[in-house]
Design a protein around this ligand. Structure first.
Ligand code: NGQ
Ligand code: ZN
Length: 461
């Protein structure tokens, strides 16, 4: 058993001072006591927050972040970027995926993300044949998570077709993504039964463009027979042409289609950028989490998620770094609020009368929604995303001595953390009761960076 002592901590009921946290040998928090004085043999910490979940990652895209910023078309767009992405996909193999993901996960931990959902859709060899181990690409991500200590929710992703209703033939570059439902379920079943304490599995449908309604039903029927609850993720309504194509196919918009099919609080809708007023209300009422990726959505020119209305309707949110043009929860949350301000020409749109501090409202919503979307916690009995007995000890320690945070009251701290400067205040990070970042360093970081450089030398031509 370990005992931590921190000057202040963000507990479920708010800020507390002189907090002692007991952690058992399984990495679970067993007790949290306030107003306890420190003893000299304890590691003394400054300010503790629960670790943040990153609900949407395509790890391989880290290696092309920032490298597609040269205009390739008079109307460069998401779709021209996707062409570059597909060229890049062809060069990824299990080995270089593991090395890219190792570098990325160290960056995530250092930034304060303690858990990540990998929405992983590259399964086959470049020519479309399966690897001798059909889960080889998934295994690369598991190995990277193991090596770095980040908590992984692996979402093997079903991809079957190139357009709504199977309207387009799959491009050659998409053959790496293709699975039948049977093969998909075999892979998922193997990974689920092998999952130990370090990773968890869930389900992902790439998008309504990429799967059929029948396939969704089949996979969901399999899911209903499992003993544990597997979260379900899907990309939806990110781009306006996608919304229009969905209406043409089904008469419904993507989120409307999903709501009509039936989604519940186990679902995480990635992006959900383009919503009508009716969709906002119904999505919020479904209990599903909106998995928002503000820096990627800005990067790709997607549009602006209607955050203020969705939060006002009681909607749940979480954040993801998606294409990894930024690996910083602070930057995601800042952009989330700033896009609203630019859109509405107002300020503090995520705040409410009850929770007037924008930073606190954003972070607390994200912590709860993120842990839930990763299948780590449920609202009735939280087991992650909080500093509380019964929760996993996934913690980040903030150094508040930096000029951007110095002399902050409890109420000001998260506002200053999210809305001032570009300094990373995360000093130590713990997952499952084990320090993985100490004094801003990860044990593996020098080797990981050297391997990553070698990989890039080969990949970026
Ligand atoms: C992806 N990324 O699957 O990585 C997608 C692009 C697609 C984002 N949507 C490909 N941000 O949607 O077809
Ligand atoms: Zn994505």
């Amino acid at each position: 058993m370990a005992l931590l002592h921190t000057h202040r901590a963000l507990l479920p009921d708010g800020w507390a001072s002189n907090v002692q946290i007991a952690i058992d040998e399984n990495g679970l928090i067993t007790a949290v006591d306030q107003n306890v004085s420190t003893t000299s043999d304890q590691m003394s910490l400054d300010c503790l927050l629960p670790g943040i979940a990153n609900v949407h990652s395509h790890a391989f895209q880290r290696a092309m972040a920032g490298r597609a910023e040269c205009r390739s078309d008079r109307e460069d767009s998401f779709w021209t970027w996707r062409k570059l992405l597909y060229q890049f996909v062809a060069r990824i193999n299990p080995d270089n995926l593991r090395q890219i993901a190792t570098q990325l996960y160290i960056e995530m931990l250092k930034a304060g993300y303690t858990a990540v959902a990998e929405f992983h859709y590259i399964h086959n060899q470049p020519d479309g044949r399966p690897y001798s181990d059909p889960a080889a690409m998934c295994q690369a991500l598991i190995d990277a998570a193991d090596a770095t200590g980040i908590r992984l929710t692996l979402l093997p992703t079903l991809y079957m077709q190139a357009g709504f209703g199977g309207s387009l033939p799959m491009e050659a570059s998409q053959q790496r993504f293709a699975s039948t439902v049977d093969h998909y379920l075999q892979r998922l079943a193997t990974l689920t039964s092998a999952s130990a304490t370090r990773y968890k599995t869930g389900i992902a449908f790439h998008s309504l463009r990429a799967v059929s309604p029948e396939a969704i039903n089949e996979v969901m029927a399999w899911r209903d027979q499992q003993s544990e609850i597997l979260p379900v993720h899907i990309h939806a309504a990110e781009q306006l042409p996608e919304v229009a194509a969905c209406v043409k196919w089904s008469g419904m918009r993507p989120v409307e289609w999903l709501l009509n099919r039936g989604i519940d609080s186990d679902w995480c809708i990635i992006h959900a950028t383009h919503l009508t007023a009716g969709e906002i209300t119904a999505l919020a009422a479904s209990g599903a989490v909106a998995g928002l990726c503000p820096t990627t959505e800005a990067h790709l020119g997607d549009g602006i998620f209607p955050l203020a209305d969705y939060l006002a309707a009681g909607g749940k949110i979480a954040i993801g770094s998606d294409s990894h043009v930024s690996v910083s929860p602070i930057e995601e949350l800042r952009w989330l609020e700033y896009t609203q301000r630019l859109n509405h020409r107002q300020r503090n749109l995520a705040a409410t009368v009850d929770q007037p501090h924008t930073g606190e409202r954003l972070l607390l919503s994200t912590l709860a929604g993120g842990a839930h979307a990763l299948g780590l916690s449920n609202p009735k009995q939280p087991t992650a995303g909080q500093i509380a007995p019964g929760c996993v000890a996934d913690l980040i320690e903030i150094d508040t001595s930096h000029p951007t945070l110095v002399e902050c009251t409890d109420e000001q701290l998260l506002n200053c953390l999210i809305f001032s400067g570009n300094h990373n205040p995360v000093r130590h990070v713990m997952t499952q009761g084990r320090w993985v970042i100490r004094d801003r360093r990860h044990e593996q970081e020098t080797g990981a960076a050297a391997d990553y450089q070698k990989v890039l030398r080969i990949l970026i031509k």
